[in-house]
Write a protein that binds this ligand. Structure first.
Ligand SMILES: Nc1ncnc2c1ncn2[C@@H]1O[C@H](COP(=O)(O)OP(=O)(O)OP(=O)(O)O)[C@@H](O)[C@H]1O
Ligand SMILES: [Mg+2]
Length: 396
C-alpha cells in the first residue's frame, strides 16, 4: 500500500519549520525514547549477538537502528555498515552493496578506502565510483571471473577487514525479506549463514516489515537462518511517550496543546509512529499559539480529504469479500468464522476467511500480530469508517 509523505495542509504558511518529521529516518530530538529496546540492541551489538527486528511498516525500525548507532558513537571500536536490500535483485548486487557498505564503514577517508579495496577485495575485479562528495558517496562494481566465482572470499570480507582493523562491525541490513526474491534464495542463504556464523568481529542487525516473510526466514526449522539470532517484534511507542513528545515539540516552537489533546492525537492514529507524526504535523500547521481539539479535528478532516483519491483507488483494488471483512472488523467482530458472522457479513466460508486475511496482509492493509489485528494505515481505517461507510457502517 502506498503511503503519502509530505502531504501538508494547503495553508498560507508563515516561514516556520515543523518540529515533526515524516517519512524520513528520525533520530536525536525527533526520536521518541524507546529506551529499553535501545539498550537491549546496544548490548546485543556490543556482545556480537545478531538481532532480527520485525514490525509492520512505518513503526520505526530504520530509525531505531540508526538511533542505536548514534547512541554507540562514543564506542570507538564499533562501526556500523548500512545495506538496504530494497533494490537488490541479484546475489552479485548483494555482495557489491555489502562490500561497499563495509569499506565505507571501516575506512574514513577516500585514500583509506582505496587502499582497503586493494588489500581486501579478492577474486573479483573491483571498479570504484566516487560521487561529488567522496566522503559520503562511494560505489563498487565487481567483474566476476568466469567459472570460478569467489563468493566465499567476498562474503568473508566484513570479518577479514574488521579483524585486521581491530574493530567490531554491526552490519545493518534493511528490508531483509527481499533475500527471498533473489534468483537462488535458498542456496544464497545457506552460503550467507555458513559465512556469518563463523564471524567473530561482525554481528548483524536485520530488519524488515513483511512479517510473514521474515518469520518464514527466521523461524522455520528448514530454513538456513533458523535460530540465527535474537528475533524481536518491535512494539509501538507507548501513548504516554507520544504525549510527552508531541507537547515538547509544540513547546519547542512556542506553541502549546493540553495533555489530553496530545494524547488524543496518538490515540486517533493508534500510536503508529509515522501517522502520529503526520497528524501532529498537520495540527501544528493549523495552530497559531494554542492547539485544541477543534484544531486537531480540522487537521484530520484535511488529511482525509487529501488521501481520498488514494483510498478510493485502494478500495477499488479490494474484492467484495475483502471489504466485507474490513467492515466486520470495524463492527467489532473478533471471531470471523462463526456461522452467524459469515452469514451476516457475507464472508463465504471459513476457508475463504483465511484467503481474505492472507490477501489483506499481502496488500498491506492489515497485519496480524499474535491475537491482535493491526491496521497498517490508521488513516485509511478512519476514512473507511467515516467517509466510505459512515453511518451505514453497522447496517448489515
Ligand atoms: N522513535 C521515533 N520517534 C518519533 N518518530 C518516529 C520514531 N520512529 C519512527 N518515527 C516516525 O515514523 C516514520 C517511519 O519511521 P521508519 O522509517 O524508521 O520506520 P520503518 O519501520 O523503518 O518503516 P518501513 O517499514 O517503511 O521501512 C518516521 O519518518 C517518523 O516520522
Ligand atoms: Mg525502514
Amino acid at each position: 500500500m502506498m503511503l503519502l509523505t509530505n502531504v501538508l495542509p494547503s495553508l498560507a504558511m508563515e516561514p516556520e519549520v515543523s518540529p515533526f518529521m515524516l517519512g524520513k529516518v528520525v533520530s536525536g530530538s525527533l526520536f521518541v525514547d524507546r529506551e529499553d529496546i535501545r539498550k537491549r540492541l546496544a548490548t546485543n551489538f556490543r556482545s556480537g549477538i545478531s538481532t532480527v527486528l520485525i514490525s509492520p511498516r512505518r513503526w520505526g525500525k530504520s530509525s531505531l537502528v540508526r538511533q542505536v548507532s548514534i547512541d554507540m558513537e562514543k564506542e570507538k571500536d564499533v562501526r556500523f555498515a548500512w545495506i538496504d536490500l530494497f533494490h537488490v535483485r541479484t546475489e552479485e548486487e548483494f555482495m557489491e552493496r555489502m562490500s561497499e557498505a563495509v569499506i565505507k564503514a571501516l575506512g574514513r577517508t577516500m585514500e583509506e578506502r582505496m587502499a582497503d579495496v586493494k588489500e581486501f577485495i579478492r577474486g573479483v575485479v573491483p571498479q570504484i565510483g566516487f560521487g561529488v562528495d567522496p566522503q559520503s558517496e562511494f560505489t563498487l562494481k565487481f567483474t566476476w571471473p568466469p567459472g570460478k566465482r569467489n563468493i566465499k572470499e567476498i562474503l568473508d570480507l566484513p570479518e577479514r577487514m574488521a579483524k585486521a582493523k581491530k574493530l567490531r562491525l554491526v552490519l545493518c541490513i534493511d528490508e531483509f525479506q527481499n533475500i527471498a526474491q533473489l534468483p537462488d534464495p535458498l542456496g544464497f542463504q545457506k552460503l550467507l549463514r555458513a559465512s556469518w556464523q563463523q564471524q567473530e568481529h561482525v554481528c548483524h542487525a536485520i530488519y524488515g516489515s513483511k512479517r510473514h516473510m521474515m518469520v518464514e526466514l527466521f523461524r522455520k526449522q528448514s530454513m538456513p537462518f533458523y535460530r540465527f539470532g535474537e528475533v524481536i517484534f518491535l512494539d509501538k511507542i507507548p501513548r504516554a511517550d507520544w504525549t510527552r513528545f508531541i507537547q515538547a515539540r509544540f513547546a519547542f516552537t512556542k506553541k502549546s496543546l493540553p495533555t489530553g489533546v496530545a494524547e488524543g492525537i496518538a490515540a486517533r492514529m493508534l500510536d503508529h509512529s509515522y501517522h502520529v507524526q503526520l497528524l501532529s504535523h498537520a495540527a501544528w500547521m493549523y495552530t497559531r499559539k494554542k492547539c485544541d481539539q477543534a484544531v486537531v479535528d480540522r487537521a484530520l478532516e484535511d488529511l482525509l480529504d487529501q488521501h481520498g483519491i488514494l483510498y478510493h483507488r485502494l478500495v477499488d483494488e479490494l474484492t467484495t469479500p475483502q471489504l466485507n471483512y474490513l467492515r466486520a472488523l470495524l463492527n467489532g467482530v473478533t471471531r470471523f468464522t462463526t456461522t452467524e458472522n459469515i452469514r451476516r457479513f457475507d464472508l463465504g466460508s471459513s476457508a475463504n476467511v483465511k484467503r481474505i486475511t492472507a490477501a489483506l496482509e499481502k496488500k498491506e492493509v492489515l497485519d496480524f500480530v499474535g491475537e491482535e489485528t493491526e491496521w497498517i494505515d490508521p488513516l485509511f481505517k478512519i476514512w473507511l469508517e467515516e467517509r466510505y461507510w459512515g453511518s451505514r457502517l453497522a447496517m448489515v
